[in-house]
Design a protein around this ligand. Structure first.
Ligand SMILES: [Zn+2]
Length: 286
């Protein structure tokens, strides 16, 4: 399942002070939101978590899979973003029935995990800052605490008329060579772009214009252009592996009715069917 691609741009200032990554995630978020079927508020949060996860992967570890999980203060609401080195990115919103918003106050957490090539998981967890209660502030806290880098980030998703109009964000990383002067200029400058929703709403948040705006007056070079898209890596094989890991008794109870088992992927809504014969073969290998 592949939607059209979005663009990620990466730039370095010529004086070596800053690295900037800017991303348009509109199509990616549209794909994820269409599959999740949640209200505008939760769609926007999903869009922000997806955008933040892409920015962190692109800046810290473009070659590794990265998952970000935002957990609400109620400990029951979860928003998951899962982004791969290929650019393939998906999302999941888990809410209890009737819950329309994610409580972001005291107790809300952001967890970020990278899967290294040898399969080990590297992860960090931070508290969502209670003064801001925003996805952007949570990702900045993660970058400071777990990645030990000084980073300014803004992510946003603009929803109107029942659909995602635009989603995207940027990340400015202060490099070790940064001098005091440029750092003060940048800090002042980014105060104007802390909230990128106004830019998204008026169609002024393309990656190219985000680079131009954040790096105004600073000579810079674009060093990479990559893409992201909505995509899910589910398959009948992957699904049967997870079914096979169920306790034997559970598989037996699935078999009792003698019916075909219909399963839908939570991330992309692809439907899969397992015949009683396929389920029995799982038992044989269980
Ligand atoms: Zn799927």
């Amino acid at each position: 399942m592949i939607s059209s691609s979005d663009t990620v741009l990466r730039a370095l200032t010529d004086d070596g002070s800053f690295r900037v990554i800017a991303v348009d995630t509109t199509e990616t978020v549209r794909g994820a939101v269409a599959a999740q079927r949640v209200n505008a508020r939760l769609s926007n949060l999903l869009g922000e978590v997806i955008t933040g996860s892409v920015l962190v992967r692109e800046s810290m570890a473009p070659d590794y899979r990265l998952q970000a999980i935002l957990q609400g203060a109620d400990r029951r609401t979860r928003i998951v973003a899962d982004t791969h080195p290929s650019g393939s990115t998906r999302g999941l919103v888990q809410v209890a029935d009737g819950v329309e918003d994610m409580p972001m106050g005291e107790g809300a957490l952001l967890q970020v995990a990278r899967t290294l090539h040898n399969g080990t998981l590297q992860q960090g967890v931070v508290q969502v800052p209670t003064d801001k209660q925003s996805v952007s502030s949570a990702f900045m806290a993660y970058m400071a605490d777990s990645e030990q880098t000084v980073t300014m980030m803004a992510v946003g998703c603009h929803h109107a008329g029942g659909q995602v109009v635009a989603a995207g964000g940027y990340l400015v990383q202060v490099l070790p060579e940064a001098q005091q002067g440029p750092l003060m200029v940048m800090t002042e400058r980014l105060k104007d772009f802390e909230d990128i929703l106004p830019l998204l709403a008026r169609g002024a948040a393309t990656p190219a214009s985000l680079l131009d705006e954040t790096l105004y007056g600073m000579p810079y070079t674009r060093v990479a252009e990559r893409t992201v898209h909505f995509g899910c890596n589910c398959s009948p094989e992957r699904l049967s592996i997870s079914l096979a890991s169920l306790p034997r008794a559970d598989i037996e109870s699935l078999l009792e009715g003698g019916q075909v088992l219909d399963i839908e992927c939570d991330y992309c809504r692809t439907a899969y069917a397992f015949s009683p014969a396929q389920l029995r073969s799982l038992l044989e290998n269980n």
